[in-house]
Design a binder for this molecule. Structure first.
Ligand code: C2O
Ligand code: CU
Length: 697
């Protein structure tokens, strides 16, 4: 709804701009009419143009009304000035241009072939007749600018500078028409119509405007260049609102509180340093050409020479040790445990919690697996490229007692391989599995792709969504013919009891990729997929108690506004993906203290989806678009937000450190859509930026 409405506004603004541009030129050329008859004709046409402009402006207005009716204040508050920008000039067209056009028409009613006399010349060139048409164009241009630049959170400069420029442009236009009109009345002759001269003059004006504009443009470009070293602990602080702040003050240091907070380096927030690990793995990162099942070859970046990397599987409560060796990934690597809330120093973010592991280097991670569930791991150095090329794998933490003996536990991790297309792991075709009727089956669905919303369709049985993002749901009900859509980073665990007929898991529509599970290991994917609604976690399962809920008293409340904004990024003009109007490293750090209960309202004002991923914590979803979650508690670490959506989520700040919070469309993160959750008093010896090896995104 939101996106449709704002698109209507933008569309009609563009239309109004183009049409008003044409009409403005016609109005301005009125005095060049050769005869009275022609003037009469042109004046009538201009009246028609007034109607056309009114209609397109009404379209803008209708779009705005739709937007305001369908969405909350935060989606249009800053755009309220758009309607007056069109209504005022349109009113001028009707109140000043129109009567003058009518008088011209009356005076030229006999439609003679005689040239215009001085009275007609002066009437046809009056600024009050000509300028309003051009004001419509300027107004829509300003409106367009506003719809592409974020003014939420409110930014005075962004609101007022375009207004001031608009007013000056209108004045200049008016004065130049006035000047021309008085010359005409004085001399009684029209200026010679020299289209070439007019064109040249316009180009000159344009050049001057461009030259003037290039100064702020160029300095903006320069200022947007990323610094050579970025300290992740030095960003702008957002202390949120909420009860904690009543007695907190700005102190300028990394603590926002009056009470002193002990300084703690991320380096000290490790897992158990001593003790023999219960499980240990060695992952060696290397570049390698790897064959998919179909024989297609992928030039991959691998862990242990395979894509995806080996599945890591251990049990809740175990002490895990993973040794990472970088053989030849010149860009560097790390290991991040997506969704597993490990101590901060083990989180694997280059430039924040460690240095990127360069070729020939090793790094050892040690942590106790506190949660059971489905997770995945990936490099968090150059993560967009690293994940794309294969530096990831699935990670399963079984409950202490292990999975049921006879259960069939299947990991389904989808990825689009460069040069190989979409696949489940390295299987880019149809897999067959022989499963005896009555066997409990668990499918662990994970999507790892940037930009892709992967649809998984399970046919042939009723099933349950047992877990989301590694957390079990409470009393999940039976589902059939529901599409399970995952954005990048998210996980659904699906369970069912194997029937005595075949069950298919279908990825994509075409019957080409998926898993056939059947008692005899035979069968095919259906060629045609029924139309299915998309699984909605907000009303699924039944409620059960949670450590807090929507009525709890929150120590901190934050607002996270996602948007697209025309602006600069690292020395280039770009359509940026912004958080609270900013891109990294200017995005805020949400400041918290250990033990606080934190609520965040996530609002997507942009044009595309953003799966927001918070490291080190699981968020309880409280509401979506104002409607409370009524089913099972829904805990998430990667929350997809579509344009126009508003989510309220909350978590307990129980894992001190410096935690990334970013869009898991990693291309967006790499373009600056990243920020972090910051515990007061945390310091980090690591830096990112072009002068370092560390490029977390
Ligand atoms: Cu899966 Cu910060 O990432
Ligand atoms: Cu995004």
């Amino acid at each position: 709804m939101y996106f449709a409405a704002i698109s209507v506004v933008r569309g009609f603004l563009l239309l109004a701009l183009l049409l008003a541009w044409i009409a403005g030129n016609k109005a301005s050329a009125l005095l060049f009419s050769e005869t009275e008859a022609k003037l009469n004709h042109k004046a009538r046409k201009l009246i028609t143009w007034a109607v056309i402009l009114s209609i397109s402006s009404a379209g803008v207005l209708a779009g705005m009304i739709w937007l305001m009716a369908a969405t909350e204040l935060v989606f249009w508050q800053d755009r309220l000035l758009i309607p007056p920008l069109l209504i005022i000039p349109i009113l001028m067209v009707w109140m000043t241009s129109y009567p003058r056009l009518r008088r011209i028409r009356q005076a030229t009613g006999r439609k003679t072939d005689s040239p215009l006399d001085v009275r007609l010349l002066s009437r046809a060139s009056q600024p009050a007749l000509v300028a309003p048409y051009q004001f419509v164009a300027l107004g829509s241009l300003t409106g367009m600018y506003w719809t592409f630049t974020t003014t939420i959170p409110f930014d005075v400069l962004n609101e007022t500078i375009p207004l001031v420029v608009l007013l000056i442009a209108c004045m200049v236009l008016w004065l130049s028409h006035l000047n021309r009109s008085s010359r005409v009345s004085l001399t009684g002759t029209k200026p010679i119509n020299r289209p070439l001269m007019r064109l040249l003059r316009r180009m000159a004006v344009l050049l001057v405007v461009l030259a003037l504009g290039s100064i702020p443009f160029y300095s903006g470009l320069q200022a947007s260049r990323l610094p050579e070293t970025i300290s992740m602990t030095a960003g702008p602080m957002d202390n949120g609102t909420g009860s904690q702040l009543a007695h907190h003050h700005h102190s300028g240091a990394v603590t926002a509180s009056a009470e002193p907070v002990k300084e703690v380096s991320v380096d000290s927030l490790t897992g158990p340093a001593a003790g023999k690990p219960d499980v240990s793995y060695t992952l060696t990162a290397e570049k390698k050409a790897v064959k998919l099942a179909s024989g297609r070859v992928v030039e991959a970046w691998t862990y242990n020479g395979q894509i995806p990397g080996p599945e890591l599987r251990f049990r809740q409560g175990q002490l895990v040790e993973v040794k990472l060796i970088n053989k030849d990934i010149t860009e560097g690597v790390t290991l991040h445990w997506h969704g597993l809330d490990v101590p901060n120093a083990e989180d694997g973010v280059a430039g924040a919690t460690q240095n990127a592991v360069m070729p020939g280097e090793t790094y050892t991670y040690r942590f106790i697996a506190e949660q059971a569930g489905s997770f995945w791991y990936h490099s968090h150095q150059d993560s967009q490229e690293a994940v794309q090329k294969g530096l990831f794998g699935s990670l399963v933490v079984e409950p202490q007692e292990g999975m049921p003996q006879n259960m069939k536990d299947i990991t389904v991790i989808t990825h689009i391989w460069e040069g190989g297309g979409v696949a489940i792991g390295d299987q880019d075709g149809i897999q067959h599995m022989q499963i005896a009727p009555g066997t409990p089956v668990r499918l662990r669905l994970t999507n790892t792709d940037d930009w892709v919303r992967q649809s998984f369709k399970l046919l042939g049985t009723k099933f349950q969504v047992a877990a989301i993002d590694g957390t079990e749901l409470h009393e999940p009900g039976d589902l059939t013919e529901v599409s399970l859509d995952l954005i990048t980073g998210g996980r659904y665990d699906v369970t069912f009891i194997m029937p005595d007929s075949s069950v298919t898991l279908n990825v994509d529509q075409g019957g080409k990729l998926g898993i056939v599970m059947s008692p005899d290991g035979q069968g095919d994917l259906p060629k045609q997929m029924p139309n299915m609604p998309v699984f909605d976690p907000t009303h699924y399962g039944t409620p059960t108690s949670t450590p807090f809920d929507a009525n709890s008293h929150f120590d901190r409340e934050f607002t996270m506004i996602l948007d697209n904004t025309l602006g600069f990024f690292n020395g280039k003009l770009a359509l940026n993906y912004t958080i609270n109007g900013k891109i990294f490293p200017d995005t805020p750090m949400f400041m918290v203290r250990e033990g606080e209960l934190v609520k965040t309202t996530i609002i997507n004002r942009g044009a595309v989806e953003h799966p927001m991923h918070l490291h080190g914590h699981h968020m309880l979803v409280l509401s979506r678009n104002g409607a409370a979650v009524t089913g099972s508690p829904w805990w998430t670490d990667t929350l997809d937000t579509a344009p126009g959506e508003v989510y309220e989520v909350a978590f307990i700040a129980d894992n001190p450190g410096l935690w990334m919070d970013h869009c898991h469309n990693l291309a967006h993160a790499a373009a600056g859509m990243t920020m972090h959750l910051m515990y007061e008093g945390i310091t980090s010896p690591y830096t990112a930026g072009s002068a370092t090896h560390n490029h977390p995104e």
